[in-house]
Write a protein that binds this ligand. Structure first.
Ligand code: FES
Length: 284
């Protein structure tokens, strides 16, 4: 039975309205919610929020919402098929028109109004960078109200870079730079650099003056990016990060995602690095 809005653990019914190959084993799922209650719940989600997506009969898992608020009704999620992941394998086996469940929107979001007027450095690693797409789009849609936008984007190899068809429009926007790096660069790939994202970051060397960084990716990457940012003169308060919680309920009830006193699902997933720096070890 679909959610009538009274039970936060019950998903809203959706159907798969689009499936796009984003990268190796990573697909963009476009979901159309099927009833008014679900559409109302997702009417004004924000960049950074997440939702649980379920393949009926297989399970549900949390994913950052990667669609752009206010641009159409379809909800989008970039989903990586994990070799042993029951839910992601089941989702990847679905076809257009198949039913799915969506539970959310959940968690907090990036403070897009607070960071207006600042230079923004967006740092994304692999599939973990997916929630940054609505951040980038929000800035590009309101370009004059933000300072410079520097996008640092990384993956293990070029076939794992996501949203590649959007790079040209990102690059073409005034005061916007895109820098790519991969761990292993094939000889014929000339679009970016080879090496770790921390090396790229230190080479690009953004100024901390009136700037904010937003980092999404695996916890180990967030940790080392923060060390590089410190070297460049950024304070922990200038760093926004998202954490990947080990989540079950997503609504602050089960305790599975706690990190010290923090529940990633309701206090996050977006944090100032200063809130979580001392708690990161359990994630590394
Ligand atoms: S996932 Fe259950 S409390 Fe956060």
């Amino acid at each position: 039975m679909s959610n009538d809005g009274t039970n936060p653990m019950r998903p809203y019914l959706g159907v798969l309205a689009g499936i796009k190959e984003l990268a190796a084993d990573i697909r963009l799922f476009q979901i159309e919610l099927q009833n008014a209650t679900g559409k109302a719940a997702f009417a004004d989600y924000m960049p950074g929020q997440f939702a649980f997506v379920s393949a009926f009969g297989a399970g549900e898992a949390p994913f950052g919402i990667t669609s752009i608020p206010g641009r159409g009704e379809l909800l989008e999620f970039a989903i990586h098929r994990h070799p042993h992941g029951k839910t992601t394998n089941a989702l990847h086996s679905l076809k257009l028109g198949d039913p799915v469940g969506v539970r959310g929107p959940l968690g907090n979001w990036f403070p897009m109004d607070e960071i207006k007027g600042k230079d923004i450095i967006v740092i994304g690693g692999g599939i973990g960078g997916a929630p940054l797409r609505p951040v980038i789009s929000t800035i590009l849609d309101d370009r004059e109200n933000y300072g410079g936008l520097t996008i640092l984007w990384a993956a293990r190899n070029p076939s794992l870079l996501i949203f590649t068809e959007e790079y040209d429009s990102w690059r073409a926007t005034p005061r916007t730079d895109l820098h790519l790096t991969v761990d292993q660069r094939p000889p014929d790939w000339r679009e970016g650099n080879e090496g770790l994202i921390t090396t790229l970051l230190e080479n690009v060397g953004p100024s901390p003056k009136n700037a904010i960084t937003i980092t999404c990716g695996p916890p180990i990457m967030i940790h080392f990016v923060a060390l590089s940012l410190r070297k460049l003169g950024f304070t922990l308060d200038q760093m926004l990060v998202t954490l990947e919680g080990r989540m079950h309920c997503g609504i602050g009830k089960c305790g599975r995602c706690n990190l010290g006193d923090i529940f990633v699902c309701v206090d996050g997933p977006v944090f100032h690095h200063s809130q979580v720096a001392g708690l990161m070890e359990s994630f590394l």
